[in-house]
Design a protein around this ligand. Structure first.
Ligand code: MG
Ligand code: ZN
Length: 214
């Protein structure tokens, strides 16, 4: 076991539940992606999910979808895409999605915490034992609002603008409470590895971001 603090992260125990964003995290994003035939996994996704299952981690998918898609995105479309994902990636037993538009001001759409809290409740895992893994500031904001840990998947350059975005979300997501930028990993496989090793959480030193994934 390596010494996480040497790498700039607080040591945490391995989370019980892994809540994954869907689009651009597990599968490539396609506009209004309600077509199962267009599902394309992110490289490494099958392997990353298998590692979580092998370690006994519980898995949920939490995704914002668009109620404003041309012709309307039906819940059945989201379920069909999910079924296709399971055939390609293995069992993903919990799916929670928000079908509302932003203007609906629902309480489930990330960065609101509702989706994540519903998933945690269905898993029977307390929020403090959950980690959210996603590619967007809204994933991190939702995790903070839900009292969960988070790992942001972001290439080093784009993470700069993403973290700037988080600063704005902080106004409603209480990011100030935990003091700044979240844990960042360069890709899904390394995000999962950080979580399984318990090497994540709030960076002690922002300067260590770039070395988090080696
Ligand atoms: Mg995403
Ligand atoms: Zn919603």
């Amino acid at each position: 076991m390596s010494a996480p603090t040497d790498r700039g992260y607080h040591h945490l125990v391995r989370p019980q539940a892994f809540l994954f964003d869907r689009d651009s995290t597990l599968v490539h994003d396609v506009p209004y992606g309600g077509n199962p035939d267009r599902v394309r996994p992110i490289p490494g996704a099958r392997r990353a999910l298998a590692a979580v299952r092998a370690a006994g981690g519980r898995i949920a998918v939490v995704t914002n979808q668009h109620g404003s898609a041309p012709g309307g995105l039906r819940p059945a479309d989201v379920v069909a895409v999910h079924a296709r994902m399971e055939r390609m990636l293995g069992p993903l037993p919990i799916l929670e999605f928000c079908p509302h538009d932003d203007v609906d001001e629902c309480t489930c759409r990330k960065p609101h915490p509702g989706l994540l809290l519903r998933a945690a409740a269905r898993l029977g895992v307390p929020p403090s034992e959950c980690v959210v893994i996603g590619d967007a500031a809204t994933d991190v904001g939702a995790a903070l609002a839900a009292g969960m840990w988070s790992i942001l998947i972001s290439a080093p350059l784009s993470s700069l603008s993403t973290i700037g975005e988080i600063g704005e979300i902080g106004e409603i997501g209480e990011i100030e409470e935990v003091g700044g930028a979240p844990c960042v990993a360069p890709d899904l496989v390394r995000a999962v590895r950080l979580a399984l090793d318990g090497e994540f959480g709030q960076p002690v030193d922002r300067g260590t971001h770039g070395s988090a994934g080696e």
